[in-house]
Design a protein around this ligand. Structure first.
Ligand SMILES: Cc1cc2nc3c(=O)[nH]c(=O)nc-3n(C[C@H](O)[C@H](O)[C@H](O)COP(=O)(O)O)c2cc1C
Length: 143
């Protein structure tokens, strides 16, 4: 059975909770899921994967978290071409600008993005967000 990695950064736990719903969808889709903090994985571990998910909340001013997530994503961009990447994350008060920019960045690197603006939620994931996250996980499992 193939394994799909769900790598995330979180400050207060909302994006970590989202990652668990992505993993639930991956398992429902018939693959194994590995949920891991970006502190415990290197971008190179994703290099051979056809599909994976990345999660990060809106930080700074509509930005990815700067010290760990941004350099991680930069490295992923170096080999993202041809891969299918699920993006998700939590926000507080904005309109999702950080996710629009992130989708654009990954598509610019040649990736096919699933989820993205459909898989953001304000603070903790509500029932609708949980369903979208699971659906995204299922899509990744099917790659
Ligand atoms: C330093 C900092 C900057 C933030 N900047 C934004 C922002 O620009 N736009 C926004 O919508 N939310 C912003 N937020 C709110 C977080 O995205 C929100 O609380 C989110 O749920 C945190 O997710 P987490 O629990 O996974 O860390 C910011 C929070 C912090 C602590």
């Amino acid at each position: 059975m193939s394994e799909v990695i769900v790598a995330f950064w979180t400050g207060t736990g909302n994006t970590a909770e989202m990652a668990e719903y992505v993993a639930e969808g991956i398992r429902e889709g018939g693959a194994e899921a590995k949920v891991v903090s970006v502190d415990d994985i290197s971008a190179a571990d994703l290099k051979d994967a056809a599909a994976f998910a990345l999660g990060c909340p809106s930080m700074g001013v509509e930005q990815l978290e700067e010290s760990t997530m941004e350099p991680f994503v930069e490295e992923v961009c170096g080999f993202a071409s041809g891969k299918t990447i699920g993006l998700f994350g939590s926000y507080g008060w904005g309109d999702g600008e950080w996710m629009r920019n992130w989708v654009e960045q990954m598509e610019g690197a040649g990736a096919t993005v699933v989820g993205g603006e459909d898989t953001i939620c304000q603070e903790a994931p509500d029932a609708d967000a949980q369903d979208e996250l699971k659906a995204m996980g299922k899509q990744l499992a099917a790659i």
